[in-house]
Design a protein around this ligand. Structure first.
Ligand code: EPZ
Length: 416
């Protein structure tokens, strides 16, 4: 079994370019089905999840070529096929194929999506949105079938501002005649980035980034060239690594506002920053000061995807922090391995109390989901001694060139 061996305690220093956003690239790749033409996507991260989405699009008849960090997708000959569960169980984000496929083909049969084991991850809100546009659906033992003879305009209210459901509703609406309004829409930056791609292709959308999005259906969408923005969670993971190793890192290609919702938490814990010509420099000289409380929430609150790596920082911070995970019901699996490293964290439902200790010590660790595995990697970087992380493929799902990038910052890592 592949394992990452991390020799902890090295202070990370240097400059690193922050990769393109996984959670923008994946829905944009799905949306490329809509223009039945060419989408040139620049700055696509070279990560496992993007590779799986590329496999699925190819399976659906698209021609997808990668030239460096650019993906060229030709969706002219795409055809309706069941999204095979050997693929969709490897990629939760395959659920965002439902909207484009329903719009283009009038139906979609998808295996129930899989992904991280951070929670049940149902798609009821997605299906309810499709129903408001005239679709009907049935859920079998292993798959979901959604169909609509003709999608029609609809007024949609999402019972929870689900990111994926908002993306699916927008993608189902851009080619649907009339006006579709999505209320209680997600406001995450990834929604705005997806809408920017669609508007570059000719879609008529307004209100993205607010909780009310209006889509005027158009006849067709055109070929498009689009650049994927930086990945805010990868940026935040570097910040967490700098915090636990007292590091000094220039994050190239991003700025403080890319870290909206968590930048103030890190500066509150003592991180310093200065804008540079190519990005932003962040550094931590003293031991992180733990904040009283960190609650995850929908944008612009503290993002759930930053909870695990920040837990690793608070584990060695000064003082005590109460975490509250309000988005996913099972996102504290890393508490046990962190406590095995010497942390003092107790969990009670969606709350976790972290009492900072001076140092963690390295030990054998096992990743169980993407951001959890990344958090164990961060903890190992700051720990005394060596840590062996099994299941590193979880990290490779979302972090491009992990070993190369962190080695260039001074981390001592071996892949065994
Ligand atoms: C997206 O997942 C991201 N994934 C997640 O990042 C991120 O954590 C999440 O948004 C929240 O910001 C991608 O963009 C590919 P949701 P998504 O629908 O769309 C419940 C990562 O690490 N819900 O906003 O699946 C759901 O169970 C990943 O990069 C329903 O109940 O998130 C969860 O508790 C992890 N019914 C909450 O809403 C539904 O129909 C938020 O889910 C849909 C969601």
């Amino acid at each position: 079994m592949e394992k990452l061996l991390v020799h902890g305690g090295r202070s990370l220093r240097g400059s690193v370019r922050v990769q393109g956003s996984k959670n923008t690239c994946l829905p944009v790749m799905a949306a490329s089905l809509l223009n039945a033409g060419i989408s040139v996507l620049e700055n696509c991260p070279d990560i496992a999840d993007v590779a799986v989405m590329q496999e699925i699009l190819t399976y659906l008849g698209c021609v997808v070529n990668r030239e460096g960090s650019t993906l060229i997708i030709d969706s002219r000959d795409a055809c309706p096929r069941k999204i095979d569960d050997t693929m969709s169980c490897r990629l939760r984000a395959s659920s965002v194929l439902m909207g484009p496929m329903l719009s283009r083909f009038g139906s979609v049969t998808a295996a129930k999506p899989g992904g991280c084991d951070i929670g049940a991850r149902p798609v009821d809100i997605h299906l309810e949105a499709f129903k408001r546009m005239g679709a009907s659906w049935s859920i079998g033992d292993s798959c979901i079938e959604v169909s609509a003879v003709h999608l029609h305009e609809g007024d949609i209210y999402l019972k929870f501002p689900s990111v994926g459901a908002t993306e699916n509703a927008v993608m189902a609406a851009v080619l649907t005649p009339g006006t579709t309004v999505i209320e209680n829409a997600a406001r995450e930056p990834e929604i705005e980035h997806l809408c920017r791609y669609l508007k570059l292709s000719g879609a008529k959308i307004s209100g993205e980034g607010t909780n009310k999005i209006t889509v005027e259906g158009v006849e067709s969408l055109s070929d498009v060239v689009y650049t994927v923005p930086p990945d805010r969670i990868v940026m935040g993971t570097y910040m967490a690594a700098a915090a636990v190793t007292r590091g000094d890192i220039e994050l190239i290609g991003c700025c403080a506002s890319d870290a909206c919702g968590f930048f103030d938490v890190y500066t509150g814990m003592g991180m310093k920053y200065k804008n540079t010509a190519g990005g932003i420099r962040v550094w931590q000289t003293d031991r992180p000061r733990n904040l009283n409380c960190i609650k995850t929430g929908v944008y612009p609150e503290f993002p759930t995807d930053m909870q695990s790596v920040t837990l690793s920082v608070a584990a060695v911070g000064e003082g005590c922090t109460l975490f509250e995970e309000n988005i996913f019901e099972n996102r504290y699996k890393i508490v046990k391995p962190l406590n095995d490293m010497g942390a003092d964290i107790s969990v009670d439902g969606k709350k976790a109390v972290v009492r900072g200790v001076d140092k963690l010590h390295g030990c054998a660790l096992k990743g169980t989901d993407l951001r959890g595995a990344a958090a164990l990697f961060v903890a190992a970087l700051g720990a005394e001694g060596d840590s062996g992380i099994s299941n590193p493929f979880y990290i490779y799902r979302g972090y491009e060139q992990l070993i190369t990038n962190y080695r260039e910052l001074g981390a001592e890592i071996e892949e065994i």
